[in-house]
Design a binder for this molecule. Structure first.
Ligand code: SF4
Length: 347
C-alpha cells in the first residue's frame, strides 16, 4: 500500500481538535491526559484535566498528594486504580528520575499503569521517539484500511497491525503521525458502523471501503460475561442529617474509597437489615426500602437493594465515620457506583 502519512498528516494539521495537552504536550500532560482518556470521553475529561493540573501542576506534587485529596480530584471519573497507579508511578519517577518522566520507551513502560499504548504516546508525542502508540482507534482504522478481519483483541493480530502502523510512520514526525491516526479514528473512522468515509483522507487507499466491508470491521472477541452480584446498601442518617460512611479495604474493588453501609453478595430484606444494624450497635425502628439500582464495573455488575434508616446514636462502628453533607462534598470520595443514592444523601 502507498504510504498513508502525507495525506493523513495534511488532514490532521487542518482538522485536529485544539486540546490543552496538545497545546502544551509536556510528558506529564500527555501522561495524565492518556490515563484520563482510557475510560472517559475527551469532552467529559477536560474539566477534570484542568482541575487536576491546577491542584497538582507537576509530578512531585502528584507524588506528595495526600490520598483523600487524590481520590477527590478523580471523583466522577471512576476506575480509581488509574489515579492510584499515577501516584505510584510519580513516586518512582521522583525517586529514580529526579521528578521528570524518562525519555525512554522501556523505562516508561515499566512504570505502574503505563502499558504499551501510553508509553508509546508519551515517548512519541512528548519526546519525538519513533515508536508506535496503538489504541482501539488505530486498530479500527488499520483493520479497515487493509480490510483485515483479524480479531483485534488477539495479541498476535495486534502485533501484526502494529508492524503495519510502523511501516507508514515517518520517524521525524512520529508523534504527529500517531496522534493523527488516533484523531482519524475518533473523528472520522468511527466505531459502531458509522465511519464517515466521505470525509476520510485515506478513502482512496482504503481496502474495506473498496470492498464495502467497513461496517463489519473491526472484529473483536465476544466480551466475557460479567458476574452479577447482589448488594445491599443502607443509608444510615442521624438526627443532624449526617450519613454513616465506611471506608473500603485498601486493596481490590474501589479500594480506599468511602461508601454507605454495604453488604456485598447479599440481597437483604428490611428485617435482615435491622438485625445487622442491631449487631453493629445501630438500633433503629424501621427501614425504608429505596428503588433498586445497578452499577456495571468491567468484570462485575452490582444489583443494589437500598434502604434508608434513621439512627439515634452517634456511635460509629469500626472503619466508619458520620459525615456531614459538606464533608461528603469536600473530604470523602463516594464512587459513582452509588450515584442512585446521592440525591437521598443530599448530594
Ligand atoms: S475510508 Fe472509511 S473505513 Fe476506510 S479508513 Fe476512511 S473512514 Fe475508515
Amino acid at each position: 500500500m502507498e504510504n498513508i502519512a502525507p495525506a493523513l498528516l495534511e488532514w490532521f494539521y487542518r482538522n485536529q481538535r485544539i486540546l490543552p495537552f496538545r497545546t502544551d504536550p509536556s510528558p506529564y500532560h500527555v501522561w495524565l491526559s492518556e490515563i484520563m482518556l482510557q475510560q472517559t470521553r475527551v469532552s467529559a475529561a477536560l474539566p477534570y484535566y484542568e482541575r487536576f493540573l491546577a491542584a497538582l501542576p507537576d509530578i512531585p506534587a502528584l507524588a506528595a498528594c495526600e490520598e483523600e485529596k487524590l481520590h477527590k480530584l478523580w471523583e466522577g471519573l471512576g476506575y480509581y486504580s488509574r489515579v492510584r497507579n499515577l501516584q505510584k508511578a510519580a513516586r518512582i519517577v521522583c525517586e529514580e528520575y529526579g521528578g521528570e518522566l524518562p525519555a525512554d520507551y522501556d523505562a516508561l513502560r515499566a512504570l505502574p499503569g503505563i502499558g504499551d499504548y501510553t508509553a508509546g504516546a508519551i515517548a512519541s508525542i512528548s519526546f519525538g521517539l519513533a515508536v508506535p502508540a496503538v489504541d482501539g482507534n488505530v486498530l479500527r482504522v488499520f483493520s479497515r484500511l487493509y480490510n483485515d478481519s483479524g480479531i483485534i483483541t488477539e495479541p498476535g493480530v495486534k502485533k501484526a497491525f502494529t508492524a503495519r502502523v510502523m511501516e507508514h510512520q515517518p520517524p521525524e514526525k512520529a508523534g504527529d503521525y500517531n496522534q493523527a491516526l488516533m484523531e482519524l479514528g475518533a473523528l472520522v473512522c468511527l466505531p459502531n458502523g458509522a465511519p464517515l468515509c466521505g470525509q476520510c483522507p485515506l478513502a482512496a487507499l482504503c481496502a474495506a471501503r473498496a470492498a464495502g466491508t467497513m461496517l463489519e470491521l473491526p472484529r473483536k472477541a465476544a466480551p466475557k460475561a460479567r458476574r452479577v452480584e447482589p448488594v445491599t446498601v443502607v443509608l444510615a442518617e442521624d438526627a443532624e442529617g449526617r450519613f454513616l460512611l465506611q471506608q473500603r479495604p485498601g486493596k481490590g474493588l474501589l479500594a480506599g474509597l468511602w461508601q454507605p453501609l454495604l453488604w456485598e453478595g447479599e440481597a437483604l430484606s428490611a428485617g435482615e437489615v435491622l438485625a445487622r444494624l442491631e449487631e453493629l450497635g445501630l438500633g433503629c425502628a424501621g427501614a425504608e426500602a429505596l428503588p433498586e439500582a445497578k452499577h456495571i464495573f468491567s468484570h462485575i455488575e452490582w444489583r443494589m437493594k437500598g434502604y434508608a434508616v434513621r439512627v439515634g446514636t452517634v456511635y460509629a462502628p469500626a472503619g466508619c465515620v458520620w459525615a456531614s453533607r459538606e464533608q461528603m462534598q469536600d473530604e470523602y470520595t463516594l464512587p459513582g457506583a452509588f450515584k442512585a443514592y446521592r440525591k437521598r444523601m443530599g448530594l
